[in-house]
Design a protein around this ligand. Structure first.
Ligand code: NAD
Ligand code: HSE
Ligand code: NA
Length: 438
């Protein structure tokens, strides 16, 4: 059979990796797909030829992405440019032209996926986005197909490679934040705008997608609570370790009685959990299904070849399904499009979790009792408390507390009341805490 003809938009980290994998593993891929996958065209503003295998076999390389999506010979457009514009216009135009699309762009899917999938459905084409979440880990496939029997209860994942790399290097080697971030950028892990990585936006894009796949709700990126790693303090990392915890940047999606939790934030987790030991650029996603129980997915979350592995898997999937009736294909968001639910995504104030709190108070009698009574009045019980002895001559002490589970709104009230005490200095540091069991 004739090879399927694809067009690559972008030849950077992921585009270059995709060309390389398609070249290196061409025979193996064709054996799986039933026919070859040929890069008929590529469009990129810039690329580094020395990093890409098989460039000489690409039919035509130019820089006009809009021209490529109009080419009638191209059956699958692979969008690896990133960002919202012109990626959205290019993807929509490709779909209008009846082309299938594969993309690694989580920002695009999280924000515009609902309209992209509606247009694709209308045209009977597929949009693959395995590379958009957790890089090389086949988590989209696991949720859409492997776990299709389950009522998903919750997902907790380390889903930003750059952020996890930064936290791991800072903790293990004492390196400075800016220095590790620069290395992540040089290795091709970081987003074009690295604040997406360090402020949790990239993880929120991915969690939005995971939440929709798990619970069958439309994509609602703007409802996802987002807190990054930029304000994590070394003393909290050390305090957590003393108490038997690690701080990881997690995306958590959970079905709870009033709705669905979608939240991304630094989280204390027990150090014996497998997720606590997912380090460097590796990602880990823990999914709890009612029938299967907990399942864990681990692998490289970023980088050229791991991400290309996911892009090419989508290309193989699309190639295999080209002749299937569009209504019998795996639905984009795992559930049939007319079966999506309107279950609300909860506001952060109504989620329930445990907390690590750190505050600085004057070393005076009665201060501790006053803080404990505020927590008690707000229905918050303390699981552990540590008072860090002041250095000689100092009049301040540091208090570190772990609490039992409580609604975030009540914790907000308690923190505001504690911060208002004359004897408490500055802000209360709060890091959410999850046991990841049950
Ligand atoms: N880098 C990773 O590890 C990784 C992992 C998973 C997903 N992603 C996603 O993959 C996508 C690409 O990321 P990347 O790291 O490969 O980016 P990159 O910056 O390395 O490459 C982008 C490519 O697109 C080209 N480009 C940009 N604007 C263009 C335009 N208007 N017309 C034509 N070409 C244009 C650039 O010249 C370059 O070749 C992004 O959506 C990113 O979020 C990246
Ligand atoms: N910047 C992203 C790329 C993979 O999606 C990360 O570091 O996880
Ligand atoms: Na993936």
């Amino acid at each position: 059979m004739e090879p399927v003809k694809i067009g690559l938009l972008g030849l950077g980290t992921v585009g270059g990796g995709t060309a390389t994998v398609l070249t290196r593993n061409a025979r193996e891929i064709a054996r799986r797909a039933g026919r070859g996958i040929e890069i008929a065209r590529a469009a990129a503003r810039e690329y580094r030829p020395e990093l890409i295998e098989g460039l000489d076999q690409i039919g035509h390389i130019g820089d006009d992405a809009f021209d490529l999506v109009e080419d009638p010979d191209i059956q699958i457009v692979v969008e690896l440019i990133g960002g919202y514009s012109p990626a959205l216009e290019l993807v929509m135009r490709a779909i209008e032209n009846g082309k299938h699309v594969v993309t690694a762009n989580k920002a695009l899917i999280a924000k515009h996926g609902n309209e992209i999938f509606a247009a694709a459905r209308e045209k009977g084409v597929m949009v693959g986005f395995e590379a958009a979440v957790a890089g090389g880990i086949p988590i989209i496939k696991a949720l859409r197909e492997g776990l299709a029997a389950n009522h998903i209860e919750w997902i907790a994942g380390i889903i930003n490679g750059t952020g996890n790399f930064i936290l791991s290097e800072m903790r293990d080697k004492g390196r400075a934040f800016a220095d590790v971030l620069a290395e992540a950028q040089a290795l091709g892990y970081a987003e074009a705008d690295p604040t997406f990585d360090v402020e949790g936006i990239d993880a929120a894009h991915k969690l939005t997608i995971l939440g929709s796949l798990a619970f069958g709700i439309p994509l609602q990126f703007e409802r996802c609570f987002t807190e990054g790693i930029s304000r994590i303090d070394a003393q909290d990392v050390a305090n957590a370790a003393e108490l038997g915890y690690r701080i990881k940047h997690l995306g958590i999606a959970r079905r709870s009685p009033g709705g669905i939790e979608l939240r991304v934030h630094p989280t204390l987790i027990p150090e014996r959990r497998l997720l606590a030991n997912v380090d460097g650029v590796m990602n880990g996603v823990l999914v709890k299904g009612d029938a299967v129980g907990p399942t864990l997915y681990y692998g490289a979350g970023a980088g050229a070849l791991p991400t290309a592995s996911a892009v090419v898997a989508d290309l193989v999937d699309v190639t295999r399904a080209l002749t299937t009736d569009p209504n019998n294909r795996v639905p984009h968001l795992a559930f049939q499009p007319d079966e999506l639910a309107d279950t609300p995504v909860l506001a952060m104030e109504s989620i329930e979790t445990s907390y690590y709190l750190r505050l600085t108070a004057l070393d005076r009698p009665g201060v501790m009792a006053r803080i404990a009574s505020i927590l008690g009045e707000e229905g918050i019980s303390i699981e552990a408390i540590k008072q860090k002895a002041p250095a000689t001559g100092e009049t301040q002490v540091t208090l570190v507390m772990l609490t039992h589970r409580v609604i975030e709104g009540r914790m907000n009230t308690a923190i505001a009341r504690i911060e208002a005490l004359d004897s408490v200095q500055g802000a209360v540091v709060r890091i959410r805490m999850e046991s990841l069991s049950g």
